[in-house]
Design a protein around this ligand. Sequence first.
Ligand SMILES: O=C(O)CCC(=O)C(=O)O
Ligand SMILES: [Fe+2]
Length: 874
Amino acid sequence: MVVRIDYDDSSDMEEGLDTEEEFQTGRWTAEEHERFLQGLALYNKQWKLIADLIRTRTVVQVRTHAQKHFQKVAKLEAQSGRPHDTDDDDSGYGNFSAASTSSSTSTSQLSFNAYPPPSSSSNSSSARPTAAAAAADGCRRSRRASAIAAASTISAAARTAELESPDPPSPKRRKSSHERSARAASFSSSAGRRPSSAAAPQRAETADSPAFSKSAAQLAQGAGLHVRSTFPFAQPFVMPRRSPTSVAEISLATMLAPSGAAAALGLAHPWPQHASSTSVLSFPKPMATAAAALNNQLYRAPVAAAADPAAPSPWLSGGYGDSYSTHETASSGSGTESEEWGSESGLSGGRGSADILELDLPFGDTLLSDDTTVFDAIGALSSAAAGTPANGALPDFARAFAADFTGDSLDLLEPIPLARAGMCLAVKSAPAAAAAAAAAAGGCFAAPPLAAAAEEEQDLDRFVCSLLQVPPQQQGLAGSGSARLTGGGGRGRRQRAPECCAESRARLARVRAAAALNGAFEHTAALPPAADAHLSGASLIRRAPALCTRGVRYQRVPACRASGPEAAETIAKACKEYGFFILTNHGIDPDLLPEKGYYIRREEGYYIRREVAEDGSDGDPLTGPNCWPSDDLIPGWRDTMLRYFDAMMALGLRVAALLAEGLGLERDFFAPHFTRLERHFFAPHFTRSMSALRLLHYRAEVSDVSKGVLGAGAHSDYGLLTLLATDNVPGLQAHLYGKWFDVLPRPADSIVQLNGEWFDVPPRPADFIVNLGDMLQRWTNDALRSTVHRVVNAAGRERYSIPFFFEPNFDTQSWSMWSIPFFFENFDTQVTCLPQFVFAARPARYAPTTSGRHLLDKYAQTHTDASPEANPGS
Ligand SMILES: O=C(O)CCC(=O)C(=O)O
Ligand SMILES: [Fe+2]
């Protein structure tokens, strides 16, 4: 079992902001190569972007490295006679130590089980709405228009350098070898460690930071933990600037059940010198304790929730609903469950038996209400633990943490399913140690008798089984005699009826899957066959979407209003930190929404752009006349769609204005890029925008990420931003890198602890899901990032969506003999890194271009039939 402890990178953040990049020479490290591979997957052969991702290598170095890499891959392929998976390529780029190689092998196996990499022959297009039907439909399109329509097909395959890697790349800058090696430290529980990990060489100590590794090792040993030899995760754990996730998580755990944590260790105070990230390294033991404490919290809270059967439990809700209906919420609520969970709380200050919620807390009432905020929970618990009077005053760190967590102004959707995330955390963090600590504390959940355990696998299985209350005979484990579960506090445990076992098993599988995703489990051998089945990529995605988060923060998507005094600020904040938000109060006529395209029921995408002449003469490259079904066939549809298009243009302009304002630009900054201040005498379209509606229909096919079967492959959109309307069927997933990693200091009140994970964006039929496009990234010199997203049709249900790609005018406006001079303004639609985002230490990353050029380039990169060769005229 591996427990990860992350190093403090706060100094990196603070010091590293304005310094020049440090380019390395010489052999590539494993880490650099890994990033290179990520970059390759993400950006194909855009060396500049890849170099940006790697950070320590120049573009030229990257290119040379790529050359060697491809040669090597070709050689391996020739030798093996099969395509070589570059992700597994550990065959030597610099100083791969034996340790790191073996580690990455086990890790990639772990990752594969958790989240298989894409097959090289992605057939995502099969699930992608195709444009072929559009052509077959007899619609007349210009050649260019067809090329664009075809985008829906090709983009999934080609635009996608599929991002199905188990962990996303960390774009975070690496500054020093010290920090790199610090990151390499992790711990495994000594309670049941495998001999192999004990014998493995200590990379941290041979690496270039002996001081760090020594102290880490000492600390770990002092705490009864074992320093694992190498960094065990395929990807580095991405950490935010000011509040390293580990600290946040541990803080959270500690704060959630501090008294329990204290009891577990016999400590007077459970969070020693909290909140300083370095303290993480100093307190491996509290970390285990924290996990145990969190477990206490997790498995007590539902008991209280169950006391009111009418109230939906916030603790294990969310995700795709039914897959998370749990026995806690399903239980009778009679209170007898508390016996089962054990009643020795080990928590001080409580009024009652097992239930931490009965603590006399200032916020106690809100703790389990549906609109519970984490702020409340943390505030309540930390106040109680800190012994502050019940007046709501929080310890400073708790206040800061809570503010960091919730954000000030954003109206965050989806109350965090804290328990679920916490479950991952607890299992991830220190399962064996957590169990032991909890047991020592007279635990609130059954802890396996660790001392009797022979193998780590068994410990882990027992641990998880005990969490899930899988009866021993159902566990399918070797040596189950010693796995007899002991009830917390020595109380007898009620055996579950056999019919519950399937559910328990499924839950076991889900937790294990989640834990695997979280990088916690490195073994799979002991999984019962039934559970194994749940670990295939597709089912994992289907069953454990919300468990796929590493922390607790990715379940929520910020919601921003399109109007009101806060709108500009909240939109800018969401864009900076998330790159993704839900737009409410948008003012689009609700009557327009349901009609907007659901007539299109074919397997295809269907584009609508601004109207141009039949011969396309007043169009731009990449455009053509819209293709409308006859009015007899769908009466009024054309009219509806054009009204919708206009409304979306107006909304796009409004959001762009709010964003500009929030970014400190002129409110009207973007507008001229989307409008044409020339009024054509005969065709007074007020826009030359390339914006497009795309009507998408996904057929009822379950995605299988491992096989590359996706609704839409991972991509970012090209324009300024995209306003997405969806029906009620989930499917959209976003991939966050965090927005503040290398440009500006991350604001103290940031809502996001950055991390890269796919997470499910809840469908919001009445609102719009907004994501940022590549052009905005370009304009802001990477300060804002276009958001990578994809569609995974986990439910296998038919799905409709209508993205509105808000894209600027193609090019420079031109004077025509029909223009009304008064309105004419020669405005070049230049996309240039804005001075506000260009610093000495961070010069412009993109050459000026035009919107049209940018689009052509993008299409050329990703669509074979939109390449210059295929479209010589464009
Ligand atoms: O259907 C969706 O939810 C997203 C579609 C999308 O991302 C796209 O067409 O670019
Ligand atoms: Fe998209």
